[in-house]
Design a binder for this molecule. Structure first.
Ligand SMILES: O=C[C@H](O)COP(=O)(O)O
Length: 247
């Protein structure tokens, strides 16, 4: 079963208009492998601006959205608003949302189902902390995080699952291709047992955590790694090389 390779760039809370011009320029120059789906996760204030200047082969994602369409929720944005400015995707459950802003599995699942029902596609993030890995709890943690999503999601066709071990995010300490492959394979087995064979075969499971031009090709060779969610390197021209990792 072939799954379209997917590379997301998560800019996090980085970039101003001048830097965005430079990023858009290297995305335009590319060339980006046409076989790869490319999405950039942009700070909310720049969503519409970036949407208007990006080449059409790169889609725009928000980095968060709330669980209801509108209301008295100061500081939040809704999937309806994200759609209204022309973005198609949202990143939910990122470890920084979980660990810095205290989001839990239930809230992330509620946000995910609401975003999907509004018509956004979702990059749903999961991953264990260092102490959890060291305690042998990696499987249990990622299964629990995935189960919370699976309890709410009925149609997985607009979901990409991002496995991002927290200890590898922004640390320069990438999971080895074998470590990442092992978890991706286990997730696919869990999905087969608990969701469906079809979802297990078709859901794209991407890896995130210190992905660079230097390590992307080896990671991309693994059979269950269907792409990347890239933080720091997505702000630099090497992002193009990461998009083209399978070439
Ligand atoms: O969403 C992206 C991840 O947090 C990875 O970030 P990083 O590539 O800077 O380690």
């Amino acid at each position: 079963m072939s799954r379209k390779f997917f590379v997301g760039g998560n800019w996090k809370m980085n970039g101003d208009k001048a830097q965005i011009e430079q990023i858009v320029q290297f995305l335009k120059t590319g060339p980006l492998d046409p076989a790869v789906e490319v999405v950039v996760g942009v700070p909310a204030v720049y969503l519409e601006h970036v949407k208007n200047i990006l080449p059409s082969n790169v889609k725009v994602s928000a980095q968060n959205s709330y669980k209801v369409p509108k209301g008295a929720f100061t500081g939040e944005i809704s999937p309806a608003q994200i759609k209204d400015v022309g973005a198609d995707w949202v990143i939910l459950g990122h470890s920084e949302r979980r660990n810095v802003f205290g989001e839990n599995d239930v809230l992330i699942a509620e946000k995910t189902i609401h975003a999907l029902e509004t018509g956004l596609s979702v990059i749903a993030c999961i991953g264990e902390k260092l102490e959890e890995r060291e305690a042998g709890q990696t499987e249990a943690v990622v299964y629990q995080q995935t189960k919370a999503l699976a309890d709410k999601i009925t149609d997985w066709s607009n979901v990409v699952l991002a496995y991002e071990p927290v200890w590898a995010i922004g640390t320069g300490k990438t999971a080895t291709p074998q470590q990442a492959q092992e978890v991706h394979k286990q997730l696919r087995e869990w999905l087969k047992a608990n969701v469906s064979e079809k979802v297990a075969q078709t859901l794209r499971i991407i890896y995130g955590g210190s992905v660079t031009a230097a390590n992307c090709k080896e990671l991309a060779k693994e059979p269950d790694i269907d792409g990347f969610l890239v933080g720091g390197a997505s702000l630099k021209p090497e992002f193009v090389e990461i998009v083209n990792a399978r070439q």
